[in-house]
Write a protein that binds this ligand. Structure first.
Ligand code: FE2
Ligand code: FE2
Length: 247
């Protein structure tokens, strides 16, 4: 029997780093994305310096967006310790911010966490030595566990299996940070984040953070991973910095 299920067009972009002076700058992009996609994903670093006032500008710009917006915070959004106020402003303006949560929109499941660093594959930081080092690794493990739990919640209670998309800020694989200096790879993401992607067989994962990384990669189990940092999409020739993926 032919598959008559309509595809959902997911637009993704990361690292838009909105500043107070950006008022008016994003409206054209958000209008265009609403015409070309069904859902917009924002993969963290929503604000440039983590100020509530920057989030207010983003919220105003997002009023030009008529499709659901799902996102996660990035490390920049934590810079001034105003992350809770940032979340409040954006949620009040109809954005779905995921921090260990999941949501189903148009029959597609989205699970999101910010993620954390820790490095990749055989060079991942080990849980060893000073307490501070262990805390760093633990944060990375915790974020992966929270992603796993958010994905599991999408699996339970559904009669037919829904397609799952992971929304992250930090990278789950090395391949999509290649292009950045190797010395900073441990601060760009962690292989811990790839484990739930493989285990829960997600359809695709989107992240940002590594502005000079690589657009596409795959986990060890072949799950597609996209680094949609604005700078990468611009460099790849996208006039408006969003990447469209059909689910
Ligand atoms: Fe960024
Ligand atoms: Fe970042």
């Amino acid at each position: 029997m032919a598959n008559t299920r309509k595809k959902t067009r997911v637009a993704a972009m990361g690292d838009i780093h909105v500043r107070v002076s950006d008022r008016g700058k994003w409206r054209e992009c958000f209008q265009a994305v609403s015409e070309q996609a069904d859902i917009l994903l924002l993969c963290g670093d929503l604000t440039d310096t983590g100020q509530e006032t920057e989030a207010q500008v983003l919220a105003e710009e997002l009023s030009a967006c008529s499709i659901p917006v799902v996102g996660v915070l990035g490390n920049h959004d934590y810079e001034r310790d105003q992350q809770e106020a940032i979340v409040e402003v954006l949620v009040k303006n109809h954005m779905h911010l995921l921090d260990g949560e999941s949501i189903i929109i148009h029959g597609v499941g989205f699970a999101g966490v910010k993620g954390f660093g820790g490095g990749f594959d055989r060079y991942m930081m080990p849980m060893f030595g000073e307490t501070m080092n262990k805390q760093f690794v633990q944060e990375s493990v915790n974020e992966a566990l929270r992603l796993d739990q958010a994905l599991v919640r999408l699996e339970s209670g559904e009669e037919t299996e829904i397609k799952k998309i992971a929304v992250l800020h930090y990278a789950p694989i090395k391949e999509t940070v290649v292009g950045e200096p190797e010395e900073i790879f441990p601060f760009l993401g962690s292989s811990h984040l790839a484990e739930p992607l493989n285990r829960r067989q997600v359809t695709a994962a989107f992240h940002g953070h590594a502005h000079m990384g690589t657009l596409q990669g795959k986990t060890s189990e072949g799950i597609p991973v996209f680094n949609v940092a604005k700078a990468i999409l611009k460099k790849a020739g996208y006039h408006l910095p969003f990447f469209i993926y059909e689910v």
